[in-house]
Design a protein around this ligand. Structure first.
Ligand code: SF4
Ligand code: SF4
Length: 300
Protein backbone atom coordinates (compact mmCIF):
# COMPACT_ATOMS: atom_id res chain seq x y z
CA UNK A 1 0.00 0.00 0.00
CA UNK A 2 1.27 3.48 -0.81
CA UNK A 3 0.31 6.64 1.07
CA UNK A 4 0.02 10.20 -0.28
CA UNK A 5 3.37 10.99 1.42
CA UNK A 6 5.07 8.08 -0.38
CA UNK A 7 3.81 9.36 -3.74
CA UNK A 8 4.94 12.92 -3.01
CA UNK A 9 8.39 11.78 -1.89
CA UNK A 10 8.84 9.70 -5.05
CA UNK A 11 7.64 12.60 -7.25
CA UNK A 12 10.27 14.90 -5.77
CA UNK A 13 12.95 12.20 -6.20
CA UNK A 14 11.99 12.07 -9.90
CA UNK A 15 12.62 15.81 -10.29
CA UNK A 16 9.21 17.40 -9.71
CA UNK A 17 9.25 20.53 -7.57
CA UNK A 18 5.89 19.90 -5.96
CA UNK A 19 3.18 17.28 -5.83
CA UNK A 20 -0.35 17.39 -4.41
CA UNK A 21 -3.35 15.08 -4.42
CA UNK A 22 -6.96 15.81 -5.32
CA UNK A 23 -9.93 13.46 -5.19
CA UNK A 24 -11.11 12.43 -8.67
CA UNK A 25 -14.57 13.92 -8.99
CA UNK A 26 -16.62 16.27 -11.12
CA UNK A 27 -15.37 19.89 -11.52
CA UNK A 28 -17.39 22.21 -9.27
CA UNK A 29 -20.44 24.03 -10.66
CA UNK A 30 -18.93 27.51 -10.42
CA UNK A 31 -15.81 26.57 -12.40
CA UNK A 32 -17.96 24.80 -15.01
CA UNK A 33 -20.20 27.84 -15.37
CA UNK A 34 -17.20 30.17 -15.74
CA UNK A 35 -15.75 27.97 -18.45
CA UNK A 36 -19.09 27.84 -20.31
CA UNK A 37 -19.33 31.62 -20.24
CA UNK A 38 -15.75 31.99 -21.50
CA UNK A 39 -16.63 29.75 -24.47
CA UNK A 40 -19.97 31.47 -25.12
CA UNK A 41 -18.20 34.82 -25.28
CA UNK A 42 -15.77 33.38 -27.82
CA UNK A 43 -12.79 34.22 -25.66
CA UNK A 44 -11.09 30.91 -26.51
CA UNK A 45 -10.41 32.45 -29.93
CA UNK A 46 -8.49 30.03 -32.14
CA UNK A 47 -8.31 27.32 -29.45
CA UNK A 48 -11.00 25.19 -31.05
CA UNK A 49 -10.10 22.17 -28.94
CA UNK A 50 -11.41 24.06 -25.91
CA UNK A 51 -14.98 23.45 -27.14
CA UNK A 52 -14.54 19.69 -27.49
CA UNK A 53 -14.80 16.85 -24.96
CA UNK A 54 -16.77 18.80 -22.37
CA UNK A 55 -17.79 15.59 -20.59
CA UNK A 56 -14.20 14.57 -19.84
CA UNK A 57 -13.14 18.15 -19.13
CA UNK A 58 -15.81 18.31 -16.44
CA UNK A 59 -15.16 14.87 -15.00
CA UNK A 60 -11.62 13.39 -15.13
CA UNK A 61 -12.93 10.01 -13.92
CA UNK A 62 -13.91 9.40 -17.56
CA UNK A 63 -10.19 9.17 -18.38
CA UNK A 64 -9.65 5.95 -16.42
CA UNK A 65 -12.00 3.22 -15.22
CA UNK A 66 -12.12 3.24 -11.43
CA UNK A 67 -10.21 6.54 -11.07
CA UNK A 68 -10.10 7.67 -7.45
CA UNK A 69 -7.30 10.24 -7.20
CA UNK A 70 -5.44 12.86 -9.24
CA UNK A 71 -1.75 13.25 -8.52
CA UNK A 72 -0.82 16.77 -9.65
CA UNK A 73 2.86 17.57 -10.23
CA UNK A 74 4.70 20.78 -11.04
CA UNK A 75 8.16 21.11 -12.58
CA UNK A 76 10.27 24.26 -12.58
CA UNK A 77 11.32 25.47 -16.05
CA UNK A 78 12.69 28.91 -15.13
CA UNK A 79 15.87 29.21 -17.21
CA UNK A 80 19.28 29.91 -15.67
CA UNK A 81 20.11 32.05 -18.69
CA UNK A 82 17.82 34.48 -20.51
CA UNK A 83 17.87 35.92 -24.01
CA UNK A 84 19.43 39.30 -24.73
CA UNK A 85 16.83 41.91 -25.68
CA UNK A 86 18.04 42.11 -29.31
CA UNK A 87 17.17 38.45 -29.94
CA UNK A 88 13.78 37.36 -31.24
CA UNK A 89 11.94 36.75 -27.98
CA UNK A 90 10.75 33.28 -27.02
CA UNK A 91 8.72 32.42 -23.91
CA UNK A 92 10.84 30.80 -21.18
CA UNK A 93 8.92 27.52 -21.28
CA UNK A 94 10.16 26.93 -24.84
CA UNK A 95 13.86 27.56 -24.08
CA UNK A 96 14.74 23.91 -23.50
CA UNK A 97 13.46 20.48 -24.51
CA UNK A 98 9.75 19.95 -25.07
CA UNK A 99 8.14 19.84 -21.63
CA UNK A 100 5.56 17.27 -22.73
CA UNK A 101 8.28 14.62 -23.00
CA UNK A 102 10.32 15.87 -20.05
CA UNK A 103 7.37 15.57 -17.65
CA UNK A 104 5.80 12.50 -19.19
CA UNK A 105 9.00 10.48 -18.98
CA UNK A 106 9.01 11.01 -15.20
CA UNK A 107 5.26 10.50 -14.81
CA UNK A 108 5.59 7.14 -16.58
CA UNK A 109 8.25 6.17 -14.04
CA UNK A 110 5.83 7.15 -11.26
CA UNK A 111 3.06 5.12 -12.94
CA UNK A 112 5.27 2.04 -13.24
CA UNK A 113 6.33 2.29 -9.60
CA UNK A 114 2.72 2.60 -8.40
CA UNK A 115 1.66 -0.34 -10.55
CA UNK A 116 4.50 -2.57 -9.38
CA UNK A 117 3.96 -1.69 -5.73
CA UNK A 118 0.16 -1.74 -5.52
CA UNK A 119 -1.26 -3.22 -8.72
CA UNK A 120 -3.24 0.01 -9.21
CA UNK A 121 -3.55 1.54 -12.66
CA UNK A 122 -2.71 5.12 -13.61
CA UNK A 123 -2.61 7.27 -16.74
CA UNK A 124 -0.22 10.20 -17.20
CA UNK A 125 -1.22 13.45 -18.91
CA UNK A 126 0.76 16.54 -19.85
CA UNK A 127 -1.46 18.74 -22.01
CA UNK A 128 -2.53 15.51 -23.66
CA UNK A 129 -6.14 15.22 -22.47
CA UNK A 130 -9.06 17.58 -21.93
CA UNK A 131 -8.09 17.94 -18.31
CA UNK A 132 -8.26 21.20 -16.36
CA UNK A 133 -4.72 21.08 -14.99
CA UNK A 134 -4.75 24.45 -13.21
CA UNK A 135 -8.11 23.80 -11.58
CA UNK A 136 -6.93 20.42 -10.28
CA UNK A 137 -3.62 21.88 -9.14
CA UNK A 138 -5.61 24.30 -6.98
CA UNK A 139 -7.72 21.44 -5.63
CA UNK A 140 -4.51 19.54 -4.86
CA UNK A 141 -3.27 22.47 -2.80
CA UNK A 142 -0.37 23.41 -5.10
CA UNK A 143 -1.35 27.04 -5.61
CA UNK A 144 -4.00 29.49 -6.79
CA UNK A 145 -4.93 30.85 -10.20
CA UNK A 146 -3.68 34.43 -10.40
CA UNK A 147 -5.20 37.29 -12.32
CA UNK A 148 -2.62 36.45 -14.99
CA UNK A 149 -4.45 33.13 -15.56
CA UNK A 150 -1.43 31.15 -14.34
CA UNK A 151 -1.10 28.75 -11.43
CA UNK A 152 0.88 30.59 -8.78
CA UNK A 153 2.58 28.53 -6.10
CA UNK A 154 2.95 30.77 -3.04
CA UNK A 155 6.64 31.35 -2.34
CA UNK A 156 7.65 29.72 -5.62
CA UNK A 157 5.91 31.62 -8.41
CA UNK A 158 4.45 30.46 -11.71
CA UNK A 159 7.32 29.24 -13.90
CA UNK A 160 6.18 25.64 -13.57
CA UNK A 161 4.79 23.08 -15.98
CA UNK A 162 1.96 20.92 -14.71
CA UNK A 163 1.36 17.23 -15.17
CA UNK A 164 -1.27 14.85 -13.88
CA UNK A 165 -1.57 11.20 -13.02
CA UNK A 166 -5.12 9.89 -12.89
CA UNK A 167 -4.98 6.79 -10.74
CA UNK A 168 -7.20 4.11 -9.26
CA UNK A 169 -5.15 4.40 -6.06
CA UNK A 170 -7.12 5.76 -3.11
CA UNK A 171 -5.03 8.56 -1.59
CA UNK A 172 -5.61 11.14 1.09
CA UNK A 173 -6.33 14.40 -0.72
CA UNK A 174 -4.85 17.80 0.10
CA UNK A 175 -6.81 20.88 1.06
CA UNK A 176 -7.45 23.21 -1.91
CA UNK A 177 -5.29 26.35 -1.94
CA UNK A 178 -7.31 29.41 -0.87
CA UNK A 179 -4.63 32.06 -1.52
CA UNK A 180 -5.21 34.96 -3.94
CA UNK A 181 -3.57 37.96 -5.58
CA UNK A 182 -4.85 40.25 -2.84
CA UNK A 183 -4.76 43.89 -3.92
CA UNK A 184 -2.11 43.36 -6.64
CA UNK A 185 -3.10 44.21 -10.23
CA UNK A 186 0.35 44.44 -11.84
CA UNK A 187 -0.21 41.91 -14.60
CA UNK A 188 -3.30 43.74 -15.85
CA UNK A 189 -1.16 46.81 -16.48
CA UNK A 190 1.79 44.81 -17.85
CA UNK A 191 -0.18 42.86 -20.47
CA UNK A 192 0.72 44.56 -23.77
CA UNK A 193 -2.57 43.72 -25.45
CA UNK A 194 -5.18 44.04 -22.68
CA UNK A 195 -5.96 40.33 -22.81
CA UNK A 196 -6.62 39.81 -19.09
CA UNK A 197 -10.14 40.36 -17.79
CA UNK A 198 -9.27 41.13 -14.16
CA UNK A 199 -11.03 37.96 -12.96
CA UNK A 200 -8.28 35.45 -13.76
CA UNK A 201 -9.17 34.65 -17.37
CA UNK A 202 -7.55 35.65 -20.65
CA UNK A 203 -9.10 36.52 -23.97
CA UNK A 204 -7.19 34.35 -26.41
CA UNK A 205 -8.21 36.59 -29.31
CA UNK A 206 -5.95 39.23 -27.77
CA UNK A 207 -3.31 37.15 -25.97
CA UNK A 208 0.06 37.33 -27.76
CA UNK A 209 0.94 33.89 -26.50
CA UNK A 210 -2.10 32.33 -28.18
CA UNK A 211 -1.71 34.42 -31.30
CA UNK A 212 2.00 33.69 -31.87
CA UNK A 213 1.77 29.99 -31.01
CA UNK A 214 -1.72 28.67 -31.75
CA UNK A 215 -3.12 31.02 -34.41
CA UNK A 216 -2.83 29.45 -37.87
CA UNK A 217 -3.83 32.42 -40.06
CA UNK A 218 -1.49 33.70 -42.80
CA UNK A 219 -1.18 37.09 -41.11
CA UNK A 220 -1.52 38.11 -37.48
CA UNK A 221 -4.31 40.65 -36.88
CA UNK A 222 -3.09 44.09 -37.90
CA UNK A 223 -3.17 45.61 -34.38
CA UNK A 224 -0.64 43.04 -33.13
CA UNK A 225 2.33 44.78 -34.78
CA UNK A 226 1.94 47.80 -32.52
CA UNK A 227 2.23 45.79 -29.29
CA UNK A 228 4.23 42.67 -30.11
CA UNK A 229 7.77 44.06 -29.90
CA UNK A 230 10.45 41.41 -30.57
CA UNK A 231 8.24 38.49 -29.50
CA UNK A 232 8.10 35.64 -32.00
CA UNK A 233 6.92 32.76 -29.83
CA UNK A 234 4.83 33.30 -26.71
CA UNK A 235 4.79 36.08 -24.17
CA UNK A 236 5.84 36.15 -20.52
CA UNK A 237 4.91 39.75 -19.65
CA UNK A 238 2.20 38.79 -17.15
CA UNK A 239 4.58 36.42 -15.37
CA UNK A 240 7.71 38.58 -15.43
CA UNK A 241 5.93 41.39 -13.62
CA UNK A 242 4.39 39.15 -10.95
CA UNK A 243 5.85 39.69 -7.47
CA UNK A 244 5.53 35.93 -6.81
CA UNK A 245 8.19 35.40 -9.47
CA UNK A 246 10.65 37.94 -8.03
CA UNK A 247 12.62 35.18 -6.32
CA UNK A 248 12.31 32.60 -9.11
CA UNK A 249 15.02 29.97 -8.82
CA UNK A 250 16.59 28.49 -11.97
CA UNK A 251 15.57 24.95 -12.85
CA UNK A 252 17.99 22.09 -12.28
CA UNK A 253 16.19 19.81 -14.75
CA UNK A 254 18.92 19.07 -17.33
CA UNK A 255 16.49 18.88 -20.29
CA UNK A 256 15.41 22.47 -19.65
CA UNK A 257 18.92 23.75 -20.39
CA UNK A 258 18.28 26.51 -23.00
CA UNK A 259 18.87 25.75 -26.69
CA UNK A 260 21.26 28.68 -27.09
CA UNK A 261 21.72 28.61 -30.85
CA UNK A 262 17.99 28.97 -31.49
CA UNK A 263 17.56 31.59 -28.78
CA UNK A 264 20.30 33.86 -30.12
CA UNK A 265 18.55 34.33 -33.48
CA UNK A 266 17.28 37.79 -34.36
CA UNK A 267 14.05 38.40 -36.24
CA UNK A 268 16.11 38.97 -39.40
CA UNK A 269 17.83 35.58 -38.90
CA UNK A 270 14.45 33.89 -38.55
CA UNK A 271 13.22 35.42 -41.80
CA UNK A 272 16.21 33.83 -43.57
CA UNK A 273 15.91 30.35 -42.04
CA UNK A 274 15.60 27.44 -44.44
CA UNK A 275 13.36 24.48 -43.49
CA UNK A 276 16.44 22.34 -42.82
CA UNK A 277 17.97 24.99 -40.53
CA UNK A 278 14.67 25.40 -38.70
CA UNK A 279 14.41 21.64 -38.11
CA UNK A 280 17.96 21.45 -36.78
CA UNK A 281 17.60 24.50 -34.51
CA UNK A 282 14.28 23.47 -32.99
CA UNK A 283 14.83 19.71 -32.77
CA UNK A 284 13.45 18.35 -29.49
CA UNK A 285 12.10 21.74 -28.44
CA UNK A 286 8.53 22.87 -27.71
CA UNK A 287 9.19 25.55 -30.36
CA UNK A 288 8.26 23.00 -33.04
CA UNK A 289 4.63 23.68 -32.09
CA UNK A 290 5.09 26.78 -34.26
CA UNK A 291 5.76 25.93 -37.88
CA UNK A 292 8.53 27.73 -39.76
CA UNK A 293 5.85 29.53 -41.79
CA UNK A 294 4.20 30.88 -38.64
CA UNK A 295 7.49 31.68 -36.94
CA UNK A 296 8.44 33.78 -39.98
CA UNK A 297 4.94 35.34 -39.98
CA UNK A 298 5.51 36.34 -36.36
CA UNK A 299 8.98 37.70 -37.12
CA UNK A 300 7.65 39.81 -39.97
S1 SF4 B 1 0.80 36.10 -22.19
FE1 SF4 B 1 1.19 38.27 -22.72
S2 SF4 B 1 -0.53 38.87 -24.02
FE2 SF4 B 1 -1.13 36.97 -22.98
S3 SF4 B 1 -2.20 37.63 -21.15
FE3 SF4 B 1 -0.04 37.39 -20.54
S4 SF4 B 1 0.88 39.40 -20.85
FE4 SF4 B 1 -1.08 39.40 -21.93
S1 SF4 C 1 1.01 40.22 -10.94
FE1 SF4 C 1 -0.22 40.51 -9.08
S2 SF4 C 1 -2.33 40.36 -9.83
FE2 SF4 C 1 -1.06 39.48 -11.40
S3 SF4 C 1 -0.97 37.30 -10.96
FE3 SF4 C 1 0.79 38.22 -9.94
S4 SF4 C 1 0.06 38.64 -7.87
FE4 SF4 C 1 -1.73 38.31 -9.13
Amino acid sequence: MLSASDIKRRAVELGFTACGIARAQVVDAEARARYSLWLEQGRHGCLEWAERNRGVRDDPRLLLDGARSLVMVAMNYYPAWRQPSESAQVAYYAYGDDYHFVLKKRLWQLTAWIEQTTGDHSRAFVDSAPLRERYWAVQAGLGFIGLNNQLIMPGRGSYFMLGCLVTTLELESDEPCRDSCGACRRCLAACPSGALDGCGAADCRRCLSCLTIEYRGEQLPEWVAAVKGERVLGCDACQRCCPHNAGAVATTVPEFEPHREFLSLTRADILNLTPAQYRRLTAGSAATRVTLRNLQRNAR
